[in-house]
Design a protein around this ligand. Structure first.
Ligand code: ZN
Length: 318
């Protein structure tokens, strides 16, 4: 089968690989649509170290091709979405409520990290009963594919931010995912000063860091009032350290909580996200700015990497 891989740091291209086979609890999915993520670019640039001929991609929908003997809830032909994070649900970390960290730190992040990803004609899914979700008939593939990562991560950022009723929230790197009462263009004004002005000097109850840069992380801490929560959803892909501004953190005693999270996966969460899409509570396909065939992947990847032509999310059609 045809796959699109990271050959080495900074190098991508197509590679031929055998169609994977499922273990007893696993499934193999025939890919129908996928989205390229900025995380894929980070990975190719070396953010998680070197990889050799690793299939990229972690956001996909498809049709079940084959299931293992122990899989009860899915059969070949089912239209499914697979979370970007596919935890080992029997792991103690999962039992402790941290399924994204099953096995090891970030261990739920398998696709294009510790195993081949979804930019392939077929891909393997562990723990199929727990990691696949049926797509409702009213939800098209091109909308369902947003549940894999974008919707799950964006909502996680808000969930982790512990936003009180009527609370104030500052989102750094708003991106395409959120509504806002007011926006600040950081290239024209000081973001911290602007947020403090919006809140009459009090700061916000919750800040969300959605970029993965040291400066936005620091700013998120600066604008959060004592007792507030900083929710980090960004992928910090560069540098040795992320810095906490000491005084703005109340020299460690201002009760400013920093919470981190990796996109939750799993069938229950995917089903809930699909329900939001089915009921029209979110319209994710507005984010699809470009469409490519799988054989156009090199061009699509370069455009996403360099953020050309106003690209937000490129949809890949298999
Ligand atoms: Zn992603």
């Amino acid at each position: 089968m045809k796959t699109f891989v990271m050959k080495a740091i900074g190098q991508v291209g197509f590679a031929e690989k055998p169609v994977p086979r499922p273990g007893p609890m696993d499934a193999v999915v025939k890919t129908t649509m996928a989205l390229i993520c900025t995380s894929d670019s980070h990975t190719v640039r070396g953010a998680i170290g070197p990889r050799e001929n690793l299939t990229l991609g972690h956001e996909a929908v498809g049709v079940v091709h084959e299931v293992g003997a122990e899989v009860r809830s899915f059969k070949p032909g089912d239209r499914v979405v697979v979370g970007a994070i596919t935890p080992d649900w029997g792991d103690p970390a999962s039992q402790g409520g941290h399924s994204s960290q099953s096995g090891q730190a970030l261990g739920g992040w398998k696709f294009a990290n510790i195993k081949d990803g979804v930019f392939a004609e077929y891909f393997h899914v562990n723990d199929a009963d727990a990691n696949l979700a049926q797509i409702p008939s009213k939800v098209p593939d091109e909308a369902a594919v947003y549940c894999a990562d974008m919707l799950s991560t964006g909502l996680m950022a808000a969930e982790n931010a512990d936003i009180p009723i009527g609370g104030t929230v500052a989102v750094f790197a708003l991106g395409p995912m959120y509504g806002a009462d007011a926006t600040v263009d950081f290239s024209r004004q000081d973001a911290v000063a602007a947020v403090m002005q919006f809140t009459a000097g009090a700061g916000v109850d919750s800040a969300i860091e959605a970029l993965g840069a040291d400066i936005t992380f620091q700013n998120a801490i600066k604008v959060t009032k004592p007792g507030g929560t900083i929710s980090n959803a960004g992928y910090h892909g560069e540098g040795e350290f992320v810095h906490i501004p000491r005084l703005d953190w109340g020299v460690g005693m201002a009760e400013k909580t920093i919470r981190t999270g990796l996109c939750p996966g799993g069938r229950l969460r995917m089903e809930r996200l699909l329900r939001l899409v089915e009921r029209g509570r979110v319209a994710p396909t507005l984010l699809t700015t470009h469409r490519f065939r799988f054989d156009e992947m090199p061009k699509a990847f370069e455009m996403m990497d360099k953020k050309l032509d106003g690209i937000i999310k490129p949809l890949i059609l298999f």
